[in-house]
Design a protein around this ligand. Structure first.
Ligand code: 5RP
Length: 254
């Protein structure tokens, strides 16, 4: 099977992230085209090695794919705390801050990532940026009073000197796109976000905002895939070491 350069890079990222998956794990599985590679390769790993994993999908689309390839699914409420969440991204910066939500699944994705001990992002070079914001920031808002919420978001942007940003309701065939939770999505064309943590805090405070796509201080590492099939792990400077690495350090000390 010959893959496009983009698919080869996504596949390589997923292959590397899968090295962290072991028997008995409870896993959060992300959404989007890169995460689809993860889901398919995870199913292959499960059938080839016989390991047992329980998967919590972050969207209805991922749940459908996971069912199709035979993965065992659970809900987050049934599974409880997760060992690991693996998901794609639309952008990542040098501190591994993310913009997610290109597929409109960032609300469930954020809940799942926060429920996991470790959050590994799978990405290719097209997602790497020096500063977040070129990708329009998705903000999931309640359908009720969405114009009032939009106006409140515009005021936040004004306050932060981001007032020139275009705010667009995500639509298909002239109708608002509904998320899996039945909400609307606004895309904020910011261009560049000087202080993403501050913007995240301010959006968290807007009534009617269900969740925004800024994932700040959440990712432990990025598995970065390349078109030649190679991949590497990029770590957050302040990331906690992998527990297995701590064990290795102890062995060396002994
Ligand atoms: C969906 C997401 C996806 O992870 C993000 O859009 C990346 O998708 P892809 O791997 O297709 O580029 O956040 O809400």
């Amino acid at each position: 099977m010959s893959l496009s350069a983009a698919d080869a890079a996504k596949r390589a990222a997923a292959v590397l992230a899968l090295e962290s998956v072991s028997d008995g794990m409870k896993l959060g599985i992300g959404s989007g085209s890169t995460a689809s590679w993860l889901v398919r390769l995870l199913a292959e790993k499960v059938s080839e090695t016989g390991i047992k994993v329980t998967c919590v999908p972050t969207s209805e689309a991922t749940a459908a794919l996971a069912r199709e390839v035979g993965l065992a699914l659970s809900t987050l409420d049934e599974a409880g705390p997760l060992d690991l969440a693996i998901d794609g991204t639309d952008e990542f910066d040098p501190r591994l801050g993310l913009i997610k939500g290109g597929g409109g699944a960032h609300f469930r994705e954020k809940i799942v990532a926060k429920a996991a001990k470790r959050f590994v992002v799978i990405a290719d070079e097209t997602k790497r940026v020096s500063r977040l914001g070129a990708f329009p920031l998705p903000v999931e808002v309640a359908a009720f009073g969405s114009l009032a919420t939009r106006a409140a978001i515009a005021r936040v942007l004004e306050d932060l000197d981001l007032g020139r940003a275009a705010i667009t309701r995500r639509e298909r065939d002239g109708e608002p796109v509904l998320t899996d939770e039945g909400n609307h999505v606004l895309d904020l064309a910011l261009g560049s976000i000087p202080d993403a943590a501050e913007l995240a805090r301010r959006l968290d405070g807007v009534t009617g905002v269900i969740e925004h796509g800024l994932f700040i201080d959440m990712a432990d590492c990025v598995a970065l895939g390349r078109a030649d099939g190679t991949a590497e792990i990029l770590r957050r400077i302040d990331a906690a070491p992998d527990p297995r690495e701590i064990d290795l350090m102890r062995d060396e000390d002994a």
